[in-house]
Ligand binder design. Structure first.
Ligand SMILES: C[S@@+](CC[C@H](N)C(=O)[O-])C[C@H]1O[C@@H](n2cnc3c(N)ncnc32)[C@H](O)[C@@H]1O
Length: 254
């Protein structure tokens, strides 16, 4: 990660690995929903990509749910790639973990073709508005007809009232997750101390460039996606995306 926008560090990776189950609201529910939106039968052979896969949790769940699918998992963090590679090793040649810089787009040449689905969780906000628009266009050009781009990400609140509501929901959910997972609020308090709570002001945070949800839905449509929608929204995280127009053809991936 070299450009000015990309300030995710290995320390961030270590903190995220440690705290994500507490600091990310309803993480399992998010993954369940993304998997349910993938346009494929469980037994189909098709190719997918996870953009900024982190430790590979979503990738692993996807390959379990679709046992004939293949997946390329990209991430810029060596620590995350090591974790993802270890996690996905049992999937053999069905999973490949590759380095990438989200913002340089050279990595899109390494996407499988035909590509049925691209997923991404909690990473697209590391691109600015232009970067997101370009990402949507690049993926629209590479997904097969009927294929999907499915994103879970932090979105920019449209007003101070929404910002306050997001903050309240995040604190309530992550407190409850901390108590349920550990019996104490220590992990919740650590997540707050490490800066994982949603911002309480509109002040920009270096490297964090969430965009408004409505803008992103429009950009997806402008890029050529259809059935563009927000499928889930809680505590400032939305699951949204769209499908390439056209009939899904069952192209077997070798
Ligand atoms: C919040 S984590 C999410 C990880 C995973 N998708 C998940 O939901 O558990 C963000 C991920 O994006 C990666 N990342 C952030 N900025 C990046 C960039 N500019 N290029 C490549 N990867 C990046 C980080 O290494 C990290 O794995």
């Amino acid at each position: 990660m070299t450009d000015d926008q990309a300030v995710w560090t290995e320390a961030d990776s270590a903190t995220f690995l440690n705290l994500a189950d507490i600091a990310v609201p309803s993480r399992q529910e998010q993954m369940d929903l993304i998997l349910s939106l993938i346009p494929a039968r469980p037994d189909e052979a098709f190719a997918t990509a996870d953009i900024a896969c982190g430790e590979g949790l979503l990738a692993e769940r996807l390959l379990e749910r679709f046992p004939a699918a293949r997946l390329v998992a990209f991430d810029g963090s060596p620590l995350m790639r090591e974790r993802a590679s270890t996690r996905l090793r049992r999937c053999g040649a069905r999973a490949r973990v590759l380095p990438f810089d989200l913002g340089d787009f050279a990595w899109t040449d390494q996407l499988p073709s035909p590509l049925r689905c691209a997923v991404s969780s909690l990473a697209i906000h590391h691109l600015d508005d232009d970067g997101k628009r370009r990402l949507f266009r690049e993926l629209a050009g590479r997904l097969q007809p009927g294929g999907a781009l499915l994103i879970a990400d932090v979105i920019a609140p449209g007003s101070d009232a929404v910002r306050r509501s997001i903050s309240g929901a995040w604190h309530a959910i992550t407190r409850q997750q901390s108590l349920a997972a550990t019996g104490s609020l220590d992990a919740y308090e650590q997540a707050v101390a490490e800066g994982w709570a949603p911002p309480t002001s509109a002040e920009a945070i270096p490297g964090e460039m969430p965009s408004g949800l409505l803008d992103q839905l429009k950009w997806l449509e402008a890029a050529g996606f259809s059935q563009v929608d927000c499928f889930w929204l809680r505590a400032g995280i939305a699951i949204y995306g769209g499908y390439r127009p056209g009939e899904l053809v069952n192209i077997v991936v070798k």
